[in-house]
Design a protein around this ligand. Sequence first.
Ligand SMILES: Cc1cc2nc3c(=O)[nH]c(=O)nc-3n(C[C@H](O)[C@H](O)[C@H](O)COP(=O)(O)O)c2cc1C
Length: 582
Amino acid sequence: MPDETAYRAYPAEQREAIYRVIAERRDVRRGFLPEPIPPGILQKILHAAHQAPSVGFSQPWDFIVITDRERRERIAALARARRDEYAAELPAARAKKFDALKIESILDTPVNIVVTCDRTRGGRHTLGRQTQPRTADFSSVLAVSNLWLAARAEGLGIGWVSFFGEDELATELGLPAHIQVIAYLCVGYVTEFGDEPELAVSGWARRRPVAWAVHAEKYGHRGLSGEETVNQLEEVIASIAPPDETAMTAARERQDRMTKPRGSLGELEDVSVRLAGLAGECPPPLPEPACVAVFAGDHGVHAQQVTPWPQEVTAQMVANFLAGGAVVNAFAAQVGAEVTVVDVGVAADLDAVPGLLPRKIGRGTADFTAGPAMTRDQAVAALTAGIEVARDLVAAGNQCLLTGDMGIANTTASAALICAFTGADPAAATGRGTGIDAATFARKVDVVCRGLALHRPDAGDPVGVLAAFGGFEHAAIAGFILGAAALRVPVILDGVIAGAAALAAVALAPDAVAACFAGHRSAEPGHAIALGHLGLRPMVDLGLRLGEGTGAVLALPLVQSAARALRDVATFDSAGVAEKSP
Ligand SMILES: Cc1cc2nc3c(=O)[nH]c(=O)nc-3n(C[C@H](O)[C@H](O)[C@H](O)COP(=O)(O)O)c2cc1C
């Protein structure tokens, strides 16, 4: 190891200071003091900003320093209007959280600084910008970063406000058409700097571990440099632990002391105990906000005429989910949950739209009556995609995940998976899906039988089983469940597709079942078999057979109520209510 004077490193104390300012820089929204900023200090931090690196040394930034109250009032009104617009689009549970957030301090700070970018500065031959025009903007962002760090060292807080339409702010600032706004910064002295981002403290989002962001050599080989790069799937499986017995005991004891007859909440008491065991604390956190991830994929086995629906319906329904027009959207709106669609294998090109996560492993699986539905590598890739979606949704602040699915012919793949994992008879595990006639049903059972005969699945090799019968969405949902279990976040399962996927997840990591809550029991007969095998009791039983996540979404308020009861209901001792005589 080099000593501190080697390689021209700064002395240890100065290095410490650099890392300290990086770690302690905060986006500040509260606690600003009215004290003016001395001109000398303002100059120093602007000088630091001006020393930022820039593409071709083009220095594309300018800094507009605003102190005029009336101008700031007009700008604050613009931000308020955009804030209201954003709030109106949020799912109810998110909107509630957003309401409590402060997102700008335009009037609370003595100085606002706008950092701009001139993408034309230096003419056409600016070194590096020709191939990557966006590098002009990046350069101005680096100036913001320098400003932010220098300000922190001077004890000045900065809050970045991005709630503006580009044009409206440009007009207010009299910007020429070739100058873009990069950042609107509110600057002032503060009483204190938080240890963590305000959005983390408020539970809006979580910090992702750095190991999730570092890849060795190629994208996907995640792991921190200097540490062994591990296979993500193996790492997640290894990190799934059994529920916390102490928290479960505490939850059971609390249920018994709550102002109600013992056991009177029936199954919901178990749900609350399981939530406590999963969280490792009693009472457990409220499973809110919640997000349903609808994993979509197509199936080669569709060619066997197991459904009257054309394959294109998968992509069409994805468009419907994204437009907000499907049943899952209506139910999710009712319970305040978010809907995200994940393309893991739709056999069509999907437009990039907000709410769609493009994670395509392949354009549909292969026909499992002719060969494996997918390769083992594809199965692992789909599992990993599911793990990452779970991580990202939890990092985005969700405290409960729900499974959804879309894939024409996916009840056929589900039946085969359920038979493979449970040993069930195909005639008993296969259902009528969206509704099929007797001839199609007979064909569907035969397809499952032929698949099983061809692949001779080994339930001890879950990846092999997923690869044999596939459904990219099955494999991804299995990964999603594992990801949730590793983060100890509850995952509410929808119907038969989720049930089949959960069998795979639990075969890979038996303790993952502790994170699973069966939202409902589907009309598909294979689902009851899967739930029986998993030892899960469904919360809703309404004969639903739609998929999309609808049954899981309906169960969300039940899971939330179970947690809330444990948190909010008074105990006999605290409420002074007499208990029944023994
Ligand atoms: C490009 C960009 C835009 C941002 N816009 C806003 C904003 O409009 N309102 C706000 O309150 N914070 C905004 N922030 C601040 C982030 O919320 C903040 O950086 C993040 O939560 C991490 O917290 P930290 O900066 O304290 O580490 C923005 C940050 C960046 C980098």
